[in-house]
Design a protein around this ligand. Structure first.
Ligand code: SF4
Length: 532
């Protein structure tokens, strides 16, 4: 076999059960997207990838893609995969809090396989820490750039052979080709390091970097405007293994309108804002692409789970950029060709209230669940929220109006709460009480995702925090236990200008959240989003 590959989503935490009840997807969504181009080549039996371990069925391909939650719980599964596949190429996707996990996984892979494996790190952390200076071709490395950390000797230089920033699906394919066609088969690591300059013709907005004897080498993607053919939907390439209770435990695909990342609201704390991503959504053809992905999800569920119904969650930061025109186009297409999928998506509070007619039209074509980012009880207390675009009415009153409307329309609602934005403990506890009251009144929100705001690198828009992210975000079992009902949370990386969380306060919140979770609705296994 010319090429053997394992891809993993690095663990968030070293141990414990953090976020088990909220971050419940079992599919590594970002990793699927990063690997789509290569998997499509494998599925077509094209070139080196056509002779790789990804050239079989989607179920076989999915076996070498792992979503790791905690290092302690999942490392045995990871090592077993390395042992079984003996990969030439290990792809690691990591958000900033996962960097220690990514480093540990890379270290273990290197110990087991030496330079016979090329270790490539990509994902949100690399993309937010390695970027072009505004208006310039110069590449900037944030203090947390894994490349900078290796060049400074804070990390072993062979931890990652290549670090990739940006949307680089085509680059993954090319890196595999470098290994598969290398004369020196015994060192995949050398093949990608030496051949990295040959990747410059791969189109896309990406940067790849490696370190050799303390010197950083960078290659940037070609700005060629030639477009590849549209890629198959992730579900067609990797199958669907996630189920959510809000979709009656039916197989749930993660689908996209593929309109690019970059939310127009640009909230300062969010990794999906335009400033952090460096682009804004491109909505031309988005409705068509989304309809196509939903139809594919229906086909895959019919083939792989014939006794179940199909469900999908649309991963756009906000559904079709919140554009009424794009949503109307989607409704028109879905009425003409019903996708046969129950789906959920994300809107802001003010979008729901301003687009009630469109939401009712969406129900006709399958919408059953909406997730909104409430974040806080009092935006003014935290210095404002940029998505709070109608501040004439109190934020919580508008959220309550959303719940009343969605309940009357038969749409389930999930809510995201984000502490650590500068609010005080009393307002946090009050917010949990309000959520409990709403559940009694409206039977909603059916799911609540609690998170503690983490300062992400945000391509340098991090208020000068310059964290390196080398330490686990929750340093000991006390913190791990206190944050157990939370999704993303950190004791070490608070937002710029905000205090570190206090353990006693988080423990108090944990008690309040557990009481809420025991209330009339069970939030276990809820469909949630990381942001928005
Ligand atoms: S928090 Fe939500 S609305 Fe704000 S930038 Fe992120 S995705 Fe957009």
């Amino acid at each position: 076999m010319a090429l053997r590959v394992v891809a993993i989503s690095a663990p968030h935490y070293q141990t414990g059960r953090i976020g088990e009840r909220v971050l419940s997807s079992s599919d590594p969504v970002s990793l699927f997207n990063a690997c789509r181009h290569a998997a499509a080549a494998a599925a077509r039996r094209s070139g080196v990838w056509g002779e790789s371990n990804w050239n079989g069925t989607r179920i076989e391909r999915r076996r070498s893609m792992l979503l790791l939650h905690s290092l302690e719980a999942d490392v045995a599964m990871f090592e077993a995969a390395l042992d079984e596949v003996r990969p030439h190429l290990l792809l690691i996707g990591a958000m900033s809090l996962c960097l220690p996990g990514a480093i540990e996984c890379a270290r273990r892979a290197r110990e087991m396989l030496g330079d016979r494996v090329a270790i490539v790190l990509g994902g949100w952390h690399a993309s937010e820490t390695i970027f072009r200076a505004p208006g310039s071709a110069r590449v900037v490395h944030h203090a947390g750039s894994p490349v900078r950390l290796m060049a400074q000797g804070r990390l072993a230089e062979d931890t990652f052979d290549v670090v990739v920033s940006g949307e680089a699906a085509g680059l993954v394919t090319r890196l595999g080709e470098l290994i598969g066609t290398a004369a020196c088969e015994s060192s995949a690591a050398r093949a990608v390091r030496r051949g990295l300059h040959q990747t410059a013709s791969v189109p896309g907005n990406w940067i790849a970097a490696s370190v050799h004897q303390g010197v950083v080498r960078e290659v940037v993607g070609s700005t060629s405007s030639s477009q590849d053919a549209p890629l198959p939907a992730p579900s067609a390439l990797f199958g669907i293994s996630t189920v959510f209770d809000v979709f009656d435990h039916n197989p749930t695909a993660h689908v996209f309108s593929d309109s690019g990342r970059g939310c127009i609201y640009d909230c300062t704390f969010c990794s999906e804002g335009m400033s952090a991503v460096g682009s804004r959504p491109q909505l031309d053809g988005a409705a068509e692409r989304l309809c196509g992905q939903l139809a594919t999800a229906a086909t895959i569920v019919a083939e792989d789970h014939p006794v179940r119904k199909a469900a999908a969650f649309v991963e756009d930061s906000v559904f079709l950029g919140g554009s009424p025109r794009a949503i109307e186009r989607f409704v028109t297409l879905a009425r003409a060709h019903p996708p046969g999928v129950t789906f959920g998506c994300q809107f802001t509070i003010d979008q729901v209230l301003a687009r009630r007619d469109l939401l009712i039209a969406l129900v006709e074509v399958g919408l059953s669940y909406v997730f909104v980012g409430l974040e806080t009880s009092e935006p003014l207390m935290i210095g404002g929220l940029s998505k709070n675009v109608r501040p004439q009415t109190a934020w919580l009153h508008r959220m309550e109006a959303v719940l009343a409307f969605l309940s009357s329309a038969g749409i389930l609602c999930g809510v995201g709460v984000l502490f650590g934005l500068g609010e005080d403990q009393q307002s946090r506890l009050r917010l949990v009480s309000v959520l409990e009251r709403w559940r009694t009144t409206y039977g909603s929100p059916c799911t609540v995702s609690f998170n503690w705001a983490v300062q992400h690198p945000l391509r340098g828009h991090d208020g000068g925090r310059n964290y390196r992210y080398l330490d686990w975000a929750l340093p000991n079992t006390d913190w791990i236990s206190a944050f157990e009902p939370f999704g993303e949370a950190s004791a070490l990386y608070p937002l710029a200008g905000r205090q570190h969380p206090r353990l006693s306060e988080v423990e108090e919140l944990r008690g309040a959240i557990e009481t809420l979770n025991r209330s009339n609705l069970d939030t276990a296994g809820a469909a949630v989003s990381r942001n928005h």
